[in-house]
Design a protein. Sequence first.
Length: 413
Amino acid sequence: MVGMPDPDPANEPAEMKPRVLDPSGGANQVRVRAYNERLVMSLVRRHEGLSKADIARRSGLSAQTVSVIMRSLERDGLLMRGTPVRGKVGQPSVPMMLNPDGVFSIGLKIGRRSADLVLMDFVGRVRKALHQVYKFPSPDGITGFVREGVDDLTAGLSAAQREKIAGLGIAIPFQLWSWADEIDVDPGAMSVWLDVDLATMIGEIVPYPVFMQNDATAACGAELVFGRGPEFADFAYFFIGTFIGGGVVLNHSLFSGRSGNAGAFGSMPVGGKTFPPEQLIDRASLVVLERMLIEAGIDASCLWLSPDDWGDLGESLDKWIEETSRAMAIAIASVCSVIDFQAVIIDGGFPAGIKHRLVQTIRAETERLDLQGIDSPVICEGAVGASAREIGGASLPLFARYLTDRSVLFKEA
């Protein structure tokens, strides 16, 4: 599976590890069936309302095999039947779709200013969400938030529904302890994260498997699966939060890179009058807007308390959009000179109206650059929004257990 990592076998007890003599060998019947079930569910998720004949045609499986798999998945509550569609001849076609109540997952986003927990269903719909704001994150604070928050999220579920929770996925900035000075925090207070095994720490307080991914990469995965991803084969993704990060999608699949940190666009040099030059993170992050507001005597707490409504921030916001757009235009030209991206998708932790203004201004600034030798990408707004990181986190257990490599979702019919 690309982008949403499978559990690491190295972390399993010895008695739990399968004995593999030849890793390149074939799959037994059980493994083949498991893969085929994932394939069917992935196709149904991508192309909602597929009939048995459609699934057979897209997957290459026989009609009989598809029938057996669909009956099994329907019996397990993972698939559900839609309204039959009658054609001119023959039996009516019955579209199949994922059952929203078939599986649940929990997503945790840990940011440098706030944390979020969401309960998500099988089709990516957030059933309940919790939000916590802090000056900086601490391991004790996060574990307390998770312990109480998971109880709150699952309080309305029946016992049967709780058994359908596939796991908890964590979306967190890699090197969380970095840039403490930029958020006006004592570096010593953040350095405690250097010695924290977060996945193990969370795994000790929840009764579910725990998965972890870089927060911007997780947000990119959410956009790929639940947002505008199906529109573009290749795209660069920017998420503007307290700092700025991103992700890379190639051939409809999330590319996480050697260390899982592909798309670390915040570290990209974007010019300046000094050497070394300023990085994108110094010009296009919400912490920059926070400083502008404080200097203007404006309460900046709305940036973290109310991501859907910032009110009127006046000239400070106008200046931030202008400066952010210029830096983003340089970054877009840089990434597109390396990979011929079809699109650049921009999202972040801000209201939809501000995102629209920002993207329009970025388009205008990009058009002012000399892009000779580069095919200009489509520059567009992300569809998932401010919750992309926690939704991406919640997607991790679903892809680890039920769905397969995203590239199969685009197999030609």
